[in-house]
Design a protein around this ligand. Structure first.
Ligand SMILES: *[C@@H]1O[C@H](CO)[C@@H](O)[C@H](O)[C@H]1NC(C)=O
Ligand SMILES: *[C@@H]1O[C@H](CO)[C@@H](O)[C@H](O)[C@H]1NC(C)=O
Length: 606
């Protein structure tokens, strides 16, 4: 290699002596200039290899994402110019400044701002949750003065709960700890690591239950724990701490963080749950499933996310988790995806599963015990929650990153697209252009007739003409009667899930229609939710008056998630590349890393 690069001028393989150099210069000065340049090039190119080891700022590279075919949308709005997007992202930044400034001026250091009255809410231990949740958004938006001020406040925090007070484990992990870890990963400020370690250690005794599943809440003063209203651990509570604790284990080297979080995973591997139907409630004492409900809504949602994202976070090395995700997502697609009778809107609901788990027969629903025919296998509720609108984004991320056979990949990608479109319709259909918290979908007379997957199979058999069922984009409804659903909870709580999925859809398909839809939603937020000092949740998204009534609440996730996803959606540059980061369920980015051999030994990772 070297000799071909050096060509005929073998003498340059040794460095010329000073005298030779002088004589060369004095003789034919221009003749050796190309050779000198070549020499510099070779040194530059091979230097790192000669020095040995990767450069200090080496970032783990994943295999490139696998691209898969997506259908072009039926309707393409005119796409804004690059400059329009720049202005739009700037407007989101202004919206963030407006809401954080309102919080800072009127509510700091309480948890949340009441954006109408200027009063405060201390609904999460009173540790200033808005600061923790907003921290990494400040960094991403380049608001360094707010960021530095926030880090100073955080550096002085103690995290000891007041007497008789309990910190809710799940919320504190995803909001406070997630915020600290992500801001640390972005800024590398050691204060944030120190505080994350401190908080992580203080919350850890929540796992000291008989099963190892976390308790609902913990007093960091006494280490006493408390159960939630169900007396059980929700599936979302059991599986929404692994991204945080595993990353914390990685940056502190402390095995206990890994072990406690992994214990919950272990219970899932050993639970003998049939067909990937992991129910919403788990017995905190025994660690066994304790109900028959299968859902991607409130009690389960982020557990689904943490399966795929754990696998991605540790560089696709823990295949057991991937298999679990594949199992569960298959089960969702088969059991929980339905279409409505008239508009053929694809939606995800929850269901009472009638297939028996390995459990005591007297606990089984009567339909199983008495009837000889075990069909139908489930009873769907028809409820579609805004919270479930994270699912299209997750399925799209899975379709992009998993090495699936083509036929499965397209099913995941289609489910993602159809569901994201339905989320969009629930916004587009209302008078304010904002989506309701829960809707009840109209169902077929025989529930099974609405199942999505058999319809797709039939469409395939009939020659795949037109677009698949559930992806035919019916357009916004002209009136309430033609909606194919009724609104069950009328509020819009400034929630992020639909925008989160639009962001992932845009990044994985490249289709700008998702950005345009996001822009339409942002304009509705500006019009209806903005107050003098912040942004407020809406009471009724379908109120015809010019200014819909609002609730005196500005949840911290509005700053952590809703505005972050909007900002990422409108920014051309991929600020948080999806092959380098995973976003926790509160939209806090955590870097993708590889376990070192030392860690594998220390944490007993197989
Ligand atoms: C709570 O548990 C931690 C260990 O996780 C321990 O260091 C601390 O002393 C305990 N506090 C009390 C009050 O028992
Ligand atoms: C699951 O099944 C395995 C093998 O049949 C058994 O050893 C294990 O005890 C079962 N686990 C539970 C939680 O029932």
């Amino acid at each position: 290699m070297l000799s071909t690069l050096m060509g005929r001028n073998q003498y340059l393989l040794r460095i010329p002596t000073f005298r030779e150099g002088i004589s060369l210069l004095a003789g034919r000065p221009l003749r050796w200039v190309p050779q000198l340049l070549g020499f510099i090039l070779v040194i530059w190119y091979f230097g790192p290899i000669i020095r040995g080891g990767p450069p200090d700022d080496f970032i783990y590279e994943l295999p490139p994402p696998i691209h898969h075919p997506h259908l072009p949308p039926l309707y393409k709005p005119p796409t804004a110019s690059a400059n329009d997007w720049k202005l739009r992202s700037h407007q989101v930044r202004e919206a963030f400044i407006h809401s954080y400034k309102g919080y800072r001026d009127h509510a700091f250091p309480a948890d949340e701002l009441a954006p109408m009255s200027g009063k405060i809410h201390n609904n999460f231990n009173g540790w200033g949750v808005t600061v923790y949740d907003a921290l990494d958004t400040m960094w991403i938006m380049g608001l360094s003065e707010y960021f530095d001020e926030a880090v100073k406040f955080i550096g002085e925090a103690d995290y000891t709960t007041k007497p008789k007070q309990y910190a809710p484990f799940f919320e504190t992990i995803i909001r406070h700890l997630g915020g600290l870890l992500s801001a640390y990963a972005l800024s590398k400020d050691p204060i944030l690591l120190q505080q994350a370690d401190k908080m992580g250690a203080m919350l850890l005794p929540a796992f000291n239950t008989d099963s190892g599943l976390p308790a609902y809440a913990i007093s960091t003063r006494t280490n006493a724990t408390r159960g939630g209203w169900t007396g059980n651990t929700l599936w979302a509570e059991a599986l929404s701490n692994q991204l945080e604790y595993k990353y914390l284990a990685h940056i502190t080297g402390k095995p206990e963080y890994f072990e406690k979080a992994e214990r919950c995973m272990q219970l899932m591997y050993e639970a003998n749950v049939t067909d990937g139907i992991f129910p919403t409630q788990w017995n905190t004492k025994t660690g066994a499933p304790s109900n028959n409900k299968f859902s991607v809504g409130a009690f389960a949602d982020s557990a689904h996310e943490y399966l795929l994202k754990q696998w991605l976070m540790t560089s696709r090395s823990e295949t057991k988790i991937k298999d679990l995700y594949l199992n569960v997502s298959k089960s969702i697609i088969e059991n929980l995806l339905y279409v409505t009778p008239s508009r053929e809107m694809l939606y995800v609901t929850d269901a009472d599963m009638l297939k028996p788990h390995p459990r005591k027969s007297e606990e089984l629903p009567s339909t199983i015990k008495s009837g000889s025919t075990p069909t139908p296998s489930s009873v769907p509720s028809g409820t579609f929650e805004h919270l479930s609108c994270f699912l299209p984004g997750l399925l799209a991320l899975g379709a992009q990153t998993l090495d699936l056979p083509a036929s499965e990949k397209e099913i995941h990608a289609w489910a993602a697209e159809g569901l994201a479109y339905t989320c969009w319709l629930t916004y587009a259909d209302t008078k304010t252009g904002l989506g309701p918290d829960v809707v009840s979908m109209k169902m077929f007379t025989k529930n099974e007739d609405g199942l999505w997957l058999p319809r797709v199979e039939k469409w395939k058999q009939q020659g795949r003409s037109g677009r698949p069922p559930g992806l035919r984009e019916p357009g916004a409804a002209t009136g309430k009667a033609s909606r194919d659903y009724t609104i069950y909870k009328r509020s819009y709580l400034l929630r992020p899930e639909a925008l989160e999925s639009f962001y992932i859809m845009w990044r994985t398909t490249g289709d700008p229609v998702w950005r345009e839809r996001g822009w339409t939603i942002f304009q509705a937020i500006e019009k209806y939710a903005k107050t003098e000092i912040g942004y407020a949740s809406l009471v009724d998204v379908d109120k015809s008056s010019e200014k819909a009534p609002v609730k005196d609440e500005m949840p911290s996730y509005f700053l952590a998630e809703t505005l972050k996803y909007l900002y990422l959606l409108f920014t051309d540059e991929e600020l948080i590349p999806l092959d380098k980061w995973v976003l926790n369920t509160e939209a806090h980015p955590i870097p993708i890393f590889e376990w070192t051999d030392t860690e594998k030994k220390l944490f007993n990772i197989s």
